[in-house]
Design a protein around this ligand. Sequence first.
Ligand SMILES: Nc1ncnc2c1ncn2[C@@H]1O[C@H](COP(=O)(O)OP(=O)(O)OP(=O)(O)O)[C@@H](O)[C@H]1O
Ligand SMILES: [Mg+2]
Length: 291
Amino acid sequence: MTLSSTDAAQAPPLKPPVIRLQGVQKSFALPSGEVFDAVRALTLDIPEGEIFGLIGKSGAGKSTLLRLINLLERPDAGQVLVGGRDLTTLSRRELRDTRQNLGMIFQQFNLLQNASVFDNVAFPLKIHGRHSRAEIDARVRECLALVGLSEKIDTYPAQLSGGQKQRVAIARALAPRPQVLLCDEPTSALDSETTRSLLETLRDINAKIGVTIVIVTHELSVVEVLCRRVAILEKGQLIEQFAVDEAPQAERLTALGREIDALVRRRERDAREAANTPLSAAAAPRGLAHA
Ligand SMILES: Nc1ncnc2c1ncn2[C@@H]1O[C@H](COP(=O)(O)OP(=O)(O)OP(=O)(O)O)[C@@H](O)[C@H]1O
Ligand SMILES: [Mg+2]
């Protein structure tokens, strides 16, 4: 799928996508006997190292799409390629191994309540059974440091705030050193200040270890703060996608796209005002000078 209006002849060679969905379809049988198409013939490439936002209204199919990427939902048709391998063709065992490459976090954190922070983060390493105790210990400490929670290693989830719980969930997802971190509404249960700091942590992690982040949200502010690319999902189909700093506002196809654009421009303007620098000549062709 074409991701941008950039002239392909002049663009630098793109890295191969770490995630490629090709003609992916997912339907659910409803109690009434009807069949509901939650994701419809959807094709999508996500480049390695990207912070990719999937945004859309409730029921648009965002969670289903995310769960198709790690085959928590099996597609009825189409291919799900991660690192070039079609997950739909893998055996159960191969799929279990491949899922180590796809960490996931959820709105409700999903921590083990009776396990310490250390044991929560160590969990995916222990069930895989391939790591020595010393390796697990080192890996847990490394991941807790990444999310800024080293000092909580011996506490239990009940002793943590919502934001801290989500940080533990991120550390746990990163423990197997995945290429991809899938995030389903990870800040929806958090207040706005905690949200902002968690999104900053996700951005830091992406910068430090290069993990590709796919984040599902219905909150524009999440896209504004975090995402470099965004896809808008409506009724199971991608209706628009773009790099947030790419095309001028007038080219946006959807109302949501125009809203994201306005927020991103505001963010740029605020950053400029904070730095107290005049509008640069380079920004002028994007229409900002006339705003
Ligand atoms: N297991 C299921 N059985 C039947 N219908 C389902 C199932 N899972 C999802 N759906 C339906 O598919 C559609 C898309 O659901 P999905 O959870 O992907 O939406 P979403 O965009 O994540 O919404 P939200 O923002 O509310 O989380 C919804 O209409 C939902 O009711
Ligand atoms: Mg959802």
